[in-house]
Design a protein around this ligand. Structure first.
Ligand code: AR6
Length: 175
């Protein structure tokens, strides 16, 4: 499914973030930026040691912020690493921090002249953010950014499995 936002496209796809042909893919990292499981593990495995080497130089990343490295052996030229909130009860700034991840990642893309970006569903794996709520925040935030930033031509959400895709589809239809 895809929608037009101004001159840009926002699209949903079921698949694997490491196999995307966008200029940048986004990593759901942790504050150390030194790797982990889920998306993070998959990106470092597919991209090779160059990414970790660059990450070591960055000295970590606070929750809600983003950093950029090259893409190593990935098809994508860049990896934008962002750190989602660990979900507790929704009352600890989780919505605000999750929105910030998407916004800060796209700001980095704009600063680097990157026109196409693929995101995973940040915080909805190991960090436990409920999928429907996370999908709403992700899509609202990206849509609002695209409305103001036509320089980003395409944002693709790459959802892992049917359930994640369905949650994002429902959220997108409800925007
Ligand atoms: N492509 C796209 N989506 C994926 C892939 C993939 N290859 N693999 C998993 N997902 P998670 P988080 C989905 O846990 O919740 C790491 O250890 C997955 O089904 O990767 O932000 C980090 O180092 C889920 O919907 O990220 C951190 O410590 C979504 O991606 C911590 O996990 C996010 O799941 C970050 O947790």
């Amino acid at each position: 499914m895809e929608i037009q936002v101004g001159q840009s496209v926002l699209e949903l796809e079921e698949g694997d973030i490491t196999r995307q042909d966008t200029e940048a893919i986004v990593n759901a990292a942790n504050t150390s930026l030194l790797g982990g499981g889920g998306v993070d593990g998959a990106i470092h495995r597919a991209g090779g040691p160059k990414i970790l080497e660059e990450c070591r130089q960055l000295g970590g990343c606070p929750t809600g912020e983003a950093r950029i490295t090259t893409g190593g052996n990935l098809q994508a030229r860049y990896v934008i690493h962002t750190v989602g909130p660990v979900y507790r009860d929704g009352l600890h700034r989780e919505p605000e921090l999750l929105a910030s991840c998407y916004r800060e990642s796209l700001k980095l893309a704009t600063a680097k002249g990157i026109k196409t970006v693929a995101f995973p569903s940040i915080s909805t794996g190991a960090y436990g953010y409920p999928l429907a709520a996370a999908a709403r925040i992700a899509l609202q935030t990206v849509k609002a950014y695209l409305a103001e930033h036509p320089e980003i031509e395409r944002v693709r959400f790459v959802l892992f499995g049917r359930a994640a895709y369905a949650a994002y589809e429902t959220a997108l239809k409800g925007l």
